[in-house]
Each structure stands twice: as structure tokens, then as C-alpha cells.
Design a protein. Structure first.
Lengths: 345, 325
């Protein structure tokens, strides 16, 4: 335990104080939710879900230096499992939990169930990562994501290709931000613990880490399992927020979106990744609003309404990725330099 | 990716005999088998053409060019616009469209390499990989912006004729696909093994530092490799579109990934391996598509990929390289 010159609490460690206050803020936010416009509440909730996704992917891609392109697949596993629990298993085995205050027990159980199912999938993906690295691993995780999608498309009891409709609207701001706080807490404390130095060692130099007696396999699988768990939780929150899920919603592009958040924030920089998740969730919404608003600019009749922004939004987005990689591969929000990038690594 | 492209066009699908779980005659089974084999080989030949681009770029630069599948898409669209301008389909115009698209894509490939990848030489592999994904997204989105997101009907570039040989139905397009693919594979093999620039390519792939020490201009060879690979992808794109008959800006994603799997299956960096892998993936996929597991077709390539990486990571024809510390 690090001793701070200004101990906040003599009993509870500092990081846990932060976690508890974050959960309290989440509760406060949820209490005000009824006063917020529905549209903004949805955006705020999406921000929280994206924070969970980006921070959990950062553990795999950033801190441990593996390259996963299958985060949407884990999300899908979590979303479907959680929805199956609240829609089918809950009413069947514990009908009392589906009404009134019972949903406050059922829903977190469903989220954790979704997370555990995703963690299991993470373990399956982590296993090939024993021998693969870099671009091979990227392709394998991408393939896993696609296989998961194809499987869900063929399970008729979960809606098949049409998807699952009529998921109960259990997600609220409290659950989203409580789990976001928990994700950040777990990832940060894991990486900063003595045990967690192993993740960074695997990232920096796998061979040297192995020579030092670090069980790199163990660390890689742990990263995948923990990352997938939270992706599954995020999937559950997402499903109970948009109320209908289909296999097409968890495709390769969704994974890329999360990867871009991690890159923009800076791999292995949790604060940066959170900022990036917030910005990249707001960006499309902001552009959509801009595109809808007529603006009168002098001397530029064709640009009077900013519709072109809506059309070129994705082009700008992909250019952003390329330019970022050429100019600032360490991410927009990484100011301290880590000299981990070496040629040919 | 939304249109999880089956190889057969909707028209062909409706004509295809429905799977019947009765016990058919042996001769019918054999005919069915041969028919699927022919369909599979012509699909596999296209995968092989795309896979060669992945494998050659991997050979010289050691990274997966994610944008390759979108170069394939651009090749189809180039063929579409050239073919639409042609008065009437004949073999001459067909080959003209093919050659035109190959030139367009070769230029595109060289441009991508020059602008996006060359500044990243000697950077971390992950940076290059992410840039490649970015270039791929850029091409897809530019494609949607310029060509429109709706699928377009691909013109019949070559005269269409259907042959019936001993109960087998062989389309002239399938013959064109096989002949063109074989000719291009032969040409590539000649370039790589018999010409000066091919020797230089192999040298760069073997050891870039030593290659530049003996006077090889690495950058020029890498550009040439991109041009060659992209031209093959364009040919693959046109041949694919001839059979699939509808093209859209996201058409490259799935064939691209499967071709990559083919390259890994054959042993990445190995040219005959890529051809073999492409044919195998095409045949396996066609057989799965014809069976009752047809809804799992898109997953089969990835299942093969995971299997091969677990049990024979060097690929069928590849040699395992020892990592030096």
C-alpha cells in the first residue's frame, strides 16, 4: 500500500475511496436522470458503456500489448447471455425478481452472468494467444468475433438473424456508471499492483519477461478474461438500454470503434482512454447536430447547411486514424513518454 | 459485411437443387461432387489471387495489409466503370477491362504504400497494423461516398455461354476465372523466380539489410511488390464480380479475410502456398455451402484459421522460423 502524505481515510485505502465516491456520484446522477432529456440520458449512458468497453480493451491491447479485434464479440456474448437471463431464466426460476425491487437484484446478476459467459469466451480466445502475436492474434480475435456472430445468427431461440426483441429496459445511469467505476478501479488497481507489473512486462518485452521467470501465458489469459468480462457486462448494459440486439450490431466495425478509442486515448493510458471514449461518443452526435443546423457563412453558399459533414463523417473518422498513427502513435492524450516502441517489435 | 456474400448469385441460388436427405444414385452423387468441385475451384482461384497479395506484402514488410481487401473492391469498381463504357461484350473488351482495372489498382497500391506505410518503416508493428485498418476504412468510406452504398449490377464483360458436359454445368465465366487465374499465377511465378526484380524481391524478403547492402533499392522493390499484389487483387475483384454479379463498397471485407486465411493456411510469405490455400478454402467453403450447414459458411474459414494456427502455425507449405533474440 502506497502511503500518501495526505491520507484521506485512515481505514479505507485511497483507491477504494475513489471507487466508492464514483459509485455515489453514479447514484446521484441516476437520481437526476428523470430531469434530463431522454436523448441526452441515452448519450450519457452510451458514454458510460463505451468507457467500460474502452478501458477493458485497454487492459488487453494497451497494458498487455496483445492486439484484440474481437471485443464486439465478447460484448455480444454478454449482451445475449444477460438478455437470456432477464427474459427467460429470470421469469422461469425466480419470478419474484422480475417485479418491483426484485429487478435490482436480477439485473446485476444478469450482468455478472453475461460477464462470466464473456470471460469464458475470453479464455477460449486467450488460449491461442499463447503462440500468436501481433497481426496473427488480431486476425484470430477478429475471426472469433465473426464466429460468435455466425453462431448467434443460427440460434433460433435467441432470435436468429433477426435478433432478440423486447428486452426489458433495466439499464439506468446508476448501473452504467457504477460498473464503469468498477471497471476503471479493477483495471487500474490490477495494473498498478505488484502482480500487475507482469502485464507491462509482457507488453514491453515478452522474451525478456519470460527469461525473468514471468508466466507470460498466465498474464495474457488473465488480461483476456478480465477484459472480456467487462466487455460482457457492457454488452448486457447495452442490450438492456437499446432493448433489441441483433448479430449485425456486434460486427467488426464495432470492435474497430473501441480499438480507435484506445488508440486515440493512448494505449496503456486509462485517463486518456476515458477521455477518448467520451469524445468519440459525443463526436458523431455533435456532427449530426451540426449537420442538421443551417449556418449562414459569408461567401460560401454551398456550405450553408453543413450536410456534407454528415456524409463525410466516416471519411474524416478514418483519416483521423491514419493521421494519428503517422503523427502521434502514442495517442492524443499521452504526454508522458514511455519508450516501449522499438523498431521491429 | 452485411451482405454475407454467398458465392452464387441469387438467381443461381434459386436454381440450385434443394438438399434432399434421400439416398440418391451413386452417379448423381458423383456428378454433384464434381459440380461442387468445379464451383469450389473457380471460387478458390479467386481467393488464391487475393491471397497472393497478402502473402507477398507479408514477405517483404512482415505485416498484414488490411487495405488489400479494399483494393480488391476498387478493382471491381474500376472494371465496372470500364466495362460499362464498352459497346458490346467480347473477349477483347473483357480483357481490356481486366487490364485497365489491374493498372488502376497497381497505382492505388503504390500510392497507399507511399503515403501511409513508407513513413512508418521501422515503427512498431502495431502502429503499421492500425494504419492499415485506417486505410481500409478510408477506402470503404470513400467508396460509399463516391460509388454510393447501394449494390450495383456488374456488367457481363465476357460473352456468356453455358456448357453441359456429362451432366455437369460449367459456365463460361468459370472457365475464364480458371484460365485467367492460372495464367496470372504462372506469370507471377515467372516474375518472382526468373527475373531480376523477382530475385530482388526474394532478397528483400529474406533479409532487407543485406539486400540493401548489395545495392538493391528496398523502397522500389516494396513499391513493385505492392503494385504486383494490388494488380492481382484487381483481377480477383473482376473475376469475383463476374460470378457474383453485384458489387458494393463493402464487398471486399469477407473475401479479403478469407483470402488472408488462405495465405496463412498455405504458409504466409510462401507464394505456391497462397495458391494452394486459396483453392482449398474455396473448395471447402463451396462444399459446406452445398450441405445442410450452409448457414455456417462464413464461419468455416475462421475455424480453419484457428485450427491451422493452433496445430501448424507455419502453414501447410511454410517453414517454421526460429525467433532470434
Amino acid at each position: 500500500m502506497r502511503t500518501s502524505p495526505f491520507p484521506i481515510s485512515p481505514v479505507i485505502p485511497r483507491s477504494q475511496v475513489v471507487l466508492l465516491s464514483a459509485i455515489a456520484i453514479a447514484g446521484l446522477l441516476a437520481a437526476c436522470a428523470s430531469r434530463i432529456d431522454d436523448y441526452f440520458a441515452l448519450i450519457i449512458s452510451n458514454i458510460g458503456i463505451n468507457i467500460i468497453l474502452a478501458v477493458s480493451l485497454n487492459l488487453i491491447n494497451g497494458y498487455t500489448g496483445q492486439f484484440s479485434l474481437g471485443h464486439a464479440g465478447f460484448m455480444a456474448v454478454g449482451a445475449y447471455t444477460a438478455a437470456a437471463i432477464t427474459m427467460f431464466a429470470g421469469p422461469k426460476f425466480a419470478p419474484a425478481l422480475t417485479q418491483g425491487a426484485g429487478i435490482h437484484v436480477l439485473f446485476p446478476l444478469a450482468l455478472v452472468g453475461g460477464g462470466l459467459a464473456a470471460a469464458l469466451a475470453g479464455m477460449l480466445v486467450g488460449a491461442p494467444s499463447l503462440r500468436l502475436k501481433g497481426d496473427y492474434l488480431a486476425i484470430v480475435t477478429l475471426g472469433f468475433g465473426e464466429i460468435i456472430r455466425v453462431i448467434f445468427r443460427n440460434v433460433d431461440s435467441l432470435g436468429g438473424a433477426l435478433g432478440l426483441n423486447g428486452i426489458p429496459a433495466y439499464t439506468n445511469l446508476f448501473w452504467v456508471y457504477a460498473f464503469a467505476a468498477l471497471t476503471v478501479y479493477v483495471v487500474v488497481s490490477l495494473v498498478n499492483s505488484t502482480y500487475g507489473r507482469g502485464f507491462l512486462a509482457v507488453h514491453d518485452d515478452e522474451i525478456a519477461a519470460e527469461a525473468m521467470g514471468i508466466n507470460t501465458t498466465h498474464y495474457k489469459i488473465t488480461a483476456f478474461v478480465v477484459g472480456a468480462f467487462f466487455a460482457g457486462v457492457a454488452g448486457g448494459l447495452y442490450g438492456h438500454s437499446i432493448l433489441t440486439i441483433a448479430p449485425t450490431g456486434f460486427d467488426f466495425m464495432r470492435s474497430i470503434e473501441i480499438v480507435v478509442m484506445v488508440i486515440l486515448g493512448g494505449m496503456g493510458n486509462t485517463t486518456g482512454v476515458i477521455i477518448a471514449a467520451v469524445l468519440l461518443t459525443l463526436l458523431p452526435e455533435g456532427l449530426r447536430m451540426l449537420a442538421g443546423a443551417p449556418v449562414s457563412l459569408p461567401f460560401s453558399a454551398p456550405f450553408n447547411n453543413l450536410k456534407w459533414i454528415a456524409e463525410t463523417r466516416m471519411i474524416i473518422y478514418s483519416l483521423l486514424v491514419i493521421v494519428l498513427m503517422l503523427a502521434r502513435p502514442q495517442g492524443m492524450f499521452s504526454w508522458t513518454k514511455r519508450t516501449a516502441t522499438k523498431p521491429g517489435s | 459485411m452485411a451482405s454475407a456474400a454467398p458465392f452464387a448469385s441469387p438467381r443461381e441460388l434459386s436454381e440450385r437443387p434443394v438438399y434432399q436427405p434421400s439416398t440418391p444414385q451413386l452417379s448423381t452423387l458423383l456428378t454433384e461432387f464434381l459440380q461442387q468441385l468445379i464451383n469450389g475451384l473457380s471460387l478458390g482461384a479467386i481467393y488464391a489471387l487475393i491471397a497472393l497479395g497478402y502473402t507477398m506484402v507479408y514477405g517483404v514488410l512482415r505485416f498484414i495489409n488490411f487495405a488489400h481487401s479494399d483494393v480488391f473492391m476498387v478493382g471491381s469498381f474500376a472494371g465496372f466503370y470500364i466495362g460499362r463504357g464498352m459497346p458490346k461484350e467480347s473477349f477483347a473488351t473483357g480483357f481490356l477491362a481486366l487490364a485497365g482495372a489491374m493498372v488502376v489498382c497497381a497505382l492505388l497500391g503504390v500510392t497507399i504504400e507511399r503515403l501511409a506505410y513508407r513513413p512508418l518503416r521501422n515503427r512498431s508493428k502495431l502502429t503499421v497494423l492500425i494504419t492499415a485498418i485506417g486505410v481500409s476504412l478510408l477506402l470503404e468510406n470513400l467508396g460509399q461516398f463516391i460509388f454510393g452504398a447501394a449494390p450495383k449490377a456488374f456488367p457481363t464483360l465476357f460473352p456468356v455461354h453455358t456448357f453441359n458436359v456429362a451432366g455437369l454445368v460449367i459456365g463460361s465465366n468459370q472457365i475464364v476465372v480458371l484460365v485467367v487465374a492460372l495464367a496470372l499465377l504462372g506469370a507471377l511465378q515467372y516474375i518472382v523466380l526468373r527475373t531480376k526484380v523477382g530475385t530482388a524481391m526474394r532478397a528483400v524478403s529474406f533479409n532487407p539489410q543485406a539486400a540493401s547492402l548489395v545495392g538493391i533499392n528496398n523502397d522500389r522493390i516494396i513499391s513493385f511488390t505492392f503494385a504486383l499484389g494490388s494488380a492481382l487483387a484487381a483481377a480477383g475483384g473482376i473475376l469475383y464480380s463476374l460470378n457474383y454479379q453485384a458489387i458494393d463498397p463493402l464487398m471486399g471485407v469477407l473475401p479479403g479475410l478469407k483470402a488472408f486465411v488462405a495465405a496463412v493456411l498455405g504458409g504466409i510469405g510462401n507464394i505456391p502456398g497462397a495458391a494452394l490455400g486459396g483453392l482449398l478454402i474455396g473448395v471447402i467453403e463451396t462444399f459446406v455451402n452445398g450441405s445442410r450447414f450452409s448457414t455456417f459458411t462464413d464461419a468455416i474459414a475462421f475455424a480453419i484459421l484457428i485450427g491451422i494456427l493452433l496445430f501448424r502455425p507455419a502453414g501447410l507449405l511454410g517453414k517454421l522460423q526460429v525467433e532470434k533474440v
